[in-house]
Design a protein around this ligand. Structure first.
Ligand code: SF4
Ligand code: SF4
Length: 101
């Protein structure tokens, strides 16, 4: 049974720039991503929004392998700030998983 953390989304969303909730799952970001990421942002940020912290933890290496190149956001029809959202998520993991501040 997955553990749900209701406060995860508000903890990650420390700025109005975080707008993962605008994603409409069209898949364009995956098509243009040089890393071929399907997890970022279509699934990963859904996990954040519904509080599935364990699922987020499973993908830490993807979160830190993203190039932050912005190709995805540039082509996103919903104007999701994907690379910035990844940065916010890294900040959360740095502080809460690795105890870095
Ligand atoms: S391109 Fe934008 S709206 Fe489409 S799946 Fe990716 S983040 Fe969501
Ligand atoms: S910012 Fe990350 S997820 Fe987006 S296209 Fe670049 S490598 Fe892929």
């Amino acid at each position: 049974m997955p553990k749900v953390s209701p406060k995860l989304a508000s903890a990650v969303k420390c700025s109005d720039e975080f707008n993962a909730e605008a994603c409409m799952h069209c898949g364009i970001c995956t098509a243009v991503c040089p890393m071929g990421y399907e997890i970022l942002p279509r699934k990963l940020f859904r996990y954040v929004q519904i509080g599935l912290e364990d699922k987020v933890r499973e993908h830490v290496s993807d979160i830190y392998s993203c190039l932050l190149c912005g190709m995805c956001a540039e082509n996103c029809p919903a104007k999701v700030n994907i690379a910035d959202n990844v940065r916010f998520l890294r900040k959360y993991i740095n502080e809460n998983e690795f105890n870095l501040s």
